[in-house]
Design a binder for this molecule. Sequence first.
Ligand code: CMP
Length: 218
Amino acid sequence: LKNFPFFEHLNEQELEDIAAVITTKVYNKGVNLFWENEVGNELFIIQSGAVKIFRHQEGREIILALFRQGDFFGEMVLFGDEKVRSASANTLEKTTVYILKKEHFLQLLNKNPNIFIKILNTALERLRQANEQIANLSMTSAYARIARLLVRLTQSPEADRVLGLKLTHHQMADMTATARETVTKVLSDMQSKGYIRIVNRQIHITDLEGLMTAAGLE
Ligand code: CMP
């Protein structure tokens, strides 16, 4: 457990206490962990694999976030007055999660303010990203939004893995509020301009600067 950033501030005793109450669960690819508006009592930490967080809107999926090894989610329902999940979670590949029940989570927070700060930091960073996404959706073209998505996935250190997940055009459309056909057209244009190269459905960024210009980011 202590190799996971979520637990890095715990001492040996606290780690032992947590290990005694935490459970693990393995999900196959494409399985829902929970649904939006469902009552929830658990926090999830990804031991291995990847998870998408999404909502249904007018019959289509809006992907809010992708989480990977070491990331946690499902904390929102454990704080405050809302009793139901703010979004759904579904595995993008075979995934193993640690599950921490609300009562143990709250005990841990009480005893260890560092964890509290860590969760707050992460939540604020996610809010920042959400603001970014709102601005993107209202201001930029679909072309720029798709370029921004690729830049964002490339910049974070483990992002190669996410690109390595071989996101479908459909999933990329769900992350950029556009149509699948548009993603297909834009990617093919980006490839012809030399920004990216698609090999075996995997996207390689070959001209990050060009891509950033297309994203309106430099
Ligand atoms: P919870 O509401 O319990 O269940 C859904 C989870 O998805 C939520 O907790 C957060 O952990 C995560 N989540 C919801 N909205 C966002 C967002 N905009 N960005 C990143 N993560 C989110």
